[in-house]
Design a protein around this ligand. Sequence first.
Ligand SMILES: CC(=O)SCCNC(=O)CCNC(=O)[C@H](O)C(C)(C)COP(=O)(O)OP(=O)(O)OC[C@H]1O[C@@H](n2cnc3c(N)ncnc32)[C@H](O)[C@@H]1OP(=O)(O)O
Ligand SMILES: CC(C)C(=O)C(=O)O
Length: 526
Amino acid sequence: MTTPSADKQAPAKQDRVLIFDTTLRDGEQSPGASMTHEEKLAIAELLDDMGVDIIEAGFPIASEGDFEAVSDIARLAKRSVICGLARASIGDIDRCWDAVRHAKRPRIHTFIGTSPLHREHQLSMSKEQVLEKITATVSHARNLCEDIQWSPMDATRTEEDFLCLAIETAVKAGATTINIPDTVGYTAPGESAQIIRMLLERVPGLDKCIIATHCHNDLGMATANSLAAVEAGARQIECTINGLGERAGNTALEEVVMALRVRNDIMPFSTGVDSTRLMQASRMVASAAGFPVQFNKAIVGKNAFAHESGIHQDGMLKHSGTFEIMRPADVGLNATALVLGKHSGRHALKNKLKELGYELGDNQIADVFVRFKALADRKKEVYDEDLVALMEVEASSAANERIRVKSLRVVCGTEGPQTADLVLEIDGADHETHATGDGPVDAAFNAVKALVPHGGARLQLYQVHAVTEGTDAQATVTVRLEEEGKIASGQSADTDTVVASTKAYVNALNKLIVRRKKSAPQALSA
Ligand SMILES: CC(=O)SCCNC(=O)CCNC(=O)[C@H](O)C(C)(C)COP(=O)(O)OP(=O)(O)OC[C@H]1O[C@@H](n2cnc3c(N)ncnc32)[C@H](O)[C@@H]1OP(=O)(O)O
Ligand SMILES: CC(C)C(=O)C(=O)O
């Protein structure tokens, strides 16, 4: 029953900020974010391992499942304080204690609404009744457990005088941590700091407690509010992985941990969290809750360490400090991603091609760059596979190209026959035709046959591969033609499968022509 708490190990005025993770309690309150028992245990194990000081493992009175999860997490935790939530009710507190008591370091967290809205509309209680309830429930909890956290729900919309009185009552009844929740995410950073300063000045005995801050993100200010509270004297931040939580969520654990680390020059506070586990925790929680992380989410978003624009990529290649304030390894990522797209420049393209094994001179790069930009204009992202396809097509089509596809328009759909209008440049002159076929590819191939008769050649293979994922993926097409035992293979890649097919066909035809060793240009066109 009497176990050391994180609070006890940390002097009240230290510069160490305790990290209180409530992913499994407030985080799970996100509509649709329920997690299985096994998932909760795995998340708790990771949080414990990565140095989170306090894990709020659930609300034991809420359900049998929550009770079991909190009890099992209490049993497995090696270092973290394990906390359960309870209303200002003896039944809730007893149930909570039954679950957390298995922990090496248990904590009961009990709360009651203090704002006028909560007193009058949710609880139908007078100020006096609320104060009586605080005394009765906090002292009951303190008789069970040494480590008691108390929260005035909706603190930031509570009258200052009554908030001070309520906190003083909880401290006198035995609370060791006083948490100040911005329950509806209403506060701005200046106010968040001002409330903590005001409480420290006015509430007797509060300086012996740890002051915690619990912010919601309704106006997108949760992280800023938490840090402002710390600067004013709070020494425990309540937060969740990926900022999961009620409505717009809670303060994101990864954001406060990294902000305190990166801006230690102006916020000289430390946490015990191993930041290299942040990405792992983010992925685990996203998958368990079924809530994907937004691409541009600070610290753990897919794009948090990715650069697409040429000027940024050029800077990054010269010195990573030009456009990054932390190293990817600090949050558990292998490397920065230089994503090639339509905003990229030659430095990044050359660097990527080198990584892929293509060492090109400046002239060659200039040439490939034009084709790369044309591709990037049609694709959101140019993947490594796209570049390989581009380089292979470049290599195979560089020589002996007597026929080129200049333009192609196909009409396809449920009503056949499909048609193709094709312009081929043959030995420098444009030739145009219209053809039909059984499908757009067949129509396009018939158009090639009409412009370049090659009756003896037989289509031996036609193969299409999507180079990458997504509906904007490039298709790589291979066409193999056979004529009197001579085989010619052509390849092409394009985001338009019919264009890739036609170019691959023409590529094969060019090679076949070389093999025939015929040189009369007129013989090529119809
Ligand atoms: C800001 C926060 O995140 S608070 C935590 C919110 N999390 C949850 O609510 C998740 C778990 N909750 C639950 O499973 C259920 O709400 C339970 C089991 C706790 C209670 O269920 P029920 O008994 O059916 O009550 P219900 O949820 O409908 O209403 C809440 C009751 O608790 C009362 N209540 C709310 N907060 C408190 C409090 N801090 N202390 C005491 N009573 C409270 C309400 O006034 C209401 O009481 P009433 O029935 O006398 O009107
Ligand atoms: C229970 C309390 C701390 C809470 O979650 C809130 O007020 O948001």
